[in-house]
Design a protein. Structure first.
Length: 598
């Protein structure tokens, strides 16, 4: 049998041809479906991504509103500053880039990595992610020179807050700093790296001062370099605010407290406007704006004189003898005859306890005016014990103590007006008669803020005994928080006694005596601890005590000059006697006002 094929009769198998045609058709179908998927089903999405690779948008930072002093001088302005970020989709090696940024800027790598991890969830891949909020010009020059080797770097220009007066207005203006997580969550308009007010008026007026960001659009190449930038939305700056504070007076008042811990308030009793509000020691708010180091923060936090504390509204002190002005008003309201004489021999006995007058051998017979002029303790011990703590507490609250003044600054304290109910709740003990005695001279549990004293003294001077909100803004309408229950005659009696305290030969505020103006004053020496008595029954002098054991020095004064009224209150912590320490400060401030009155 022949094994050769018949070439004319051979038929190749058709199965292989069909398989080949099927594979070609299937491949064509896959390409067709993929083309449909990319061009039709997701065409718009991919077209948008393509445009995003070529055209990007970025926010334009809006400058904060300016803060000015009464005369228009700048207290808070904006200066250009540079930050460094990255555009993630342009970065080739994220880990290496973050390490290089740390080397350039000196910021620890762990801090940069932390910001990167936090920010990548808030920032789109094609938007700049701010990693270092502030870089100086030398760092900027190095970064710009090496930018081609490190694609994805973004130098961001932003306005940075600057306070020309440094620490002088720190407790009024506060400062701005980068928004934290809580603030970012609370306000969706904020982005990572935005700054917000943290203290003072920067915090209180945040919504007024913060502007509205703009928007710009630019073309970028494959390396992320920008071309053809244009502004789509112009940024809108925040509104500016003018304060009632007089810059010259603020500077002068601060100089009087140099080297001491204390505060000064100068207030218009008719309108509530504040002309000066000084707290020392203070701090530089610019340090918070540019970013505090751990060492700088520890220095402020651990300073025993608490430079971060606004003593005008946040520190509370025993009011000492200034409280006697309030007590005199209560005594008059309760019908006590101001001519009634009480003998002061330097001591007042209640039960087995003896309460001393500041003058060891006493003042002799004293009526109400003499007791105020000489600041006799025994007179107020006696009448206060007659009146009782219930009426003292109620009257003090009616006159603005134990409540906040409403000043436009954060974290104001209300002080403390003690009562029977308060002591039982606080100490689980009943009220004692001796506590009424010391409350009558502003000692014991009673605590006030210096701004409360300024409001009270102002209520004695204005026409209707109005308790005014202390106002930090120029020409703002006055706000009445309450009205004193004292009559005009009773308030005039107290003012007259304050005037005699200055004019009388033995008046405790005679250091304020002048022919330029009508002046009234009241000193106070607030005990920090129980009286220290030596072996001869003499009270130890302040200079013989440790600094922290010395008395606080108070003085409250008012002046009428050229048809205008002023109230000045000074507190010097551990300053000793009110007359010897606080007196010269108020005298010099009033002299400044006389000389610079316009």
């Amino acid at each position: 049998m022949s094994m050769q094929l018949d070439p004319d009769g051979y038929q190749p198998p058709k199965t292989g041809l069909w398989l080949l045609q099927g594979l070609v058709f299937l491949l064509f179908l896959i390409f067709l479906l993929r083309f449909w998927y990319l061009q039709v089903h997701h065409g718009d999405d991919f077209a948008k991504k393509a445009r995003d690779n070529r055209i990007r948008q970025a926010q334009i930072y809006a400058p904060r509103g300016l803060l000015r002093a009464r005369g228009g001088e700048l207290l808070a302005e904006n200066r250009p500053a540079y930050g460094l970020g990255i555009v993630r989709e342009d970065v080739k090696d994220t880990e290496a880039t973050l390490k290089q940024i740390s080397l350039w800027t000196g910021v620890p790598l762990e801090n940069i990595e932390k910001r990167y991890k936090k920010g990548r969830w808030r920032t789109k891949a094609f938007e700049p992610l701010l990693l270092v909020p502030t870089i100086d010009f030398s760092q900027l020059a190095i970064i710009e020179a090496n930018s081609l080797d490190w694609p994805g770097l973004a130098v961001m220009t932003r306005p940075q807050r600057y306070y020309p007066e440094g620490d002088l207005f720190a407790h009024i203006l506060g400062y701005v700093s980068e928004a934290n997580e809580k603030e970012l969550e609370a306000n969706k308009e904020l982005d990572l790296g935005d700054t917000v007010g943290k203290q003072g008026l920067e915090l209180i007026k945040e919504n007024t001062l913060r502007g509205i960001k703009g928007l710009r659009q630019m073309e970028v190449d494959i390396s992320g370099r920008e071309y053809n930038s244009q502004t789509l939305e112009e940024p809108s700056a925040g509104s500016s605010v003018t304060l009632s504070i007089d810059l010259g007076l603020q500077r002068f008042a601060a100089k009087q407290l140099e080297g001491q811990a204390g505060c000064i308030v100068v207030m218009d009793p008719e309108t509530g406007e504040l002309y000066a509000l000084v707290t020392t020691p203070s701090f530089d708010p610019n340090a918070f704006t540019r970013g505090l180091s751990h060492k700088e923060w520890a220095g402020l936090r651990d300073n025993p004189k608490f430079p971060l504390q606004n003593r005008v509204i946040q520190s509370v002190y025993p009011p000492a003898s200034i409280w006697k002005l309030l007590m005199a008003g209560l005594y008059l309201e309760e019908g006590i005859d101001p001519n009634e004489s009480i003998k002061c021999n330097g001591k007042y006995k209640l039960g087995n306890h003896t309460f001393r007058c500041w003058k060891k051998w006493g003042h002799g017979p004293q009526n109400m005016t003499e007791a105020l002029v000489h600041s006799c303790d025994v007179y107020f011990y006696e009448i206060g014990q007659r009146i009782g703590i219930d009426k003292i507490e109620a009257f003090a609250r009616e006159n603005g103590f134990g409540v906040k003044t409403g000043i436009d600054l954060p974290h104001e304290r209300s002080g403390l007006v003690p009562s029977k109910a308060w002591k039982r709740k606080r100490f689980k003990q009943p009220w004692q008669g001796g506590e009424t005695v010391i409350t009558s001279i502003g000692q014991g549990f009673t605590l006030v803020t210096p701004v409360q004293i300024a409001v009270f003294i102002s209520s004695l001077l204005n026409e209707n005994g109005e308790l005014l909100k202390p106002n930090l803004f120029k020409d703002a309408p006055k706000t009445i928080q309450g009205t004193s229950s004292m009559t005009r005659e009773q308030r005039n009696f107290i003012l007259k006694a304050m005037q005699e305290t200055v004019e009388a030969k033995r008046g405790t505020a005679r250091i304020l005596r002048t022919k330029k103006a009508i002046v009234g004053g009241k000193t106070g020496t607030a005990q920090v601890m129980k009286l220290k008595i030596d072996a001869n029954d003499n009270r130890l002098k302040n200079e013989d005590l440790e600094y922290w054991q010395r008395d606080h020095a108070w003085m409250a004064a008012w002046a009428k000059y050229n048809g205008k009224k002023y109230v000045v209150v000074t507190m010097v912590e551990h300053g000793g006697g009110g007359s010897s320490t606080a007196g010269p400060i108020i005298r010099d401030i009033l002299n400044y006002i006389y000389e610079h009155n316009k």
